[in-house]
Design a protein around this ligand. Structure first.
Ligand SMILES: [Zn+2]
Length: 195
């Protein structure tokens, strides 16, 4: 799938909205992205999974790991298509950890898969947890890269599509300056642009 095909699919399903949005981080953005909306269509999840899996077919990936919750659907699908095992990490008092009895073998060849990379924090933290357990994390992947290609996770990284839309504070926001009302996605409610 090309960058445009992925973005078009996200727009068609309402997973990518364009406008003036207040993100949960408190920052404003001209783009709102909700990967869960894109992945509720299982046929689309299979296609995104195939596009990621195709890049790692010859890399002898034994296990795919994803940070919960966002990475679970796409991570599982990539693992299924690679014939690999699938596990996930989750935060325990803020620290990304392997729980639920999941273990990794020293030298186990692993791929970390997320839905969206923004700063790379979740992927980096997952990678750190796996590496500390002895795994050999060979690469990371996501459907969307919101960092404009900048996120560095310490291993080679693949994204199916890259967005270059910065999230900014209300003081720096062009749309606020033009007096456009800001929308909190999910609420369909217009909130004060003074926030
Ligand atoms: Zn704004």
């Amino acid at each position: 799938m090309t960058n445009e095909q992925v973005i078009d699919r996200f727009k068609q399903t309402g997973a990518l909205l364009e406008g003036h949005f207040l993100l949960s981080s408190g920052l404003h953005s001209a783009v709102y992205l909700q990967c869960a909306i894109a992945l509720q269509a299982t046929g689309d999840a299979i296609e995104f999974g195939a596009a990621i899996a195709a890049h790692f077919q010859d890399r002898q990936i034994e296990t795919v790991a994803s940070p919960a919750i966002g990475g679970l659907v796409i991570g599982y699908e990539v693992a299924r298509q690679l014939g690999a095992r699938f596990i996930w990490t989750e935060r325990d008092s803020g620290t990304m950890t392997l729980r639920r009895g999941f273990t990794v073998r020293p030298g186990e060849r692993m791929l970390v898969v997320e839905d969206v990379i923004t700063t790379g924090g979740s992927t980096r933290d997952t990678l750190a947890a796996l590496t500390a357990a002895g795994a050999d994390v060979v690469a990371a992947a996501s459907i969307i890269d919101r960092s404009g290609g900048k996120a560095d996770v310490g291993v080679p990284r693949l994204s199916l599509a890259t967005l270059k839309v910065a999230a900014v504070s209300s003081e720096e926001c062009e749309a606020c300056r033009r007096g456009e009302p800001v929308v909190k996605p999910g609420s369909r409610r217009t909130v004060s642009s003074q926030q």
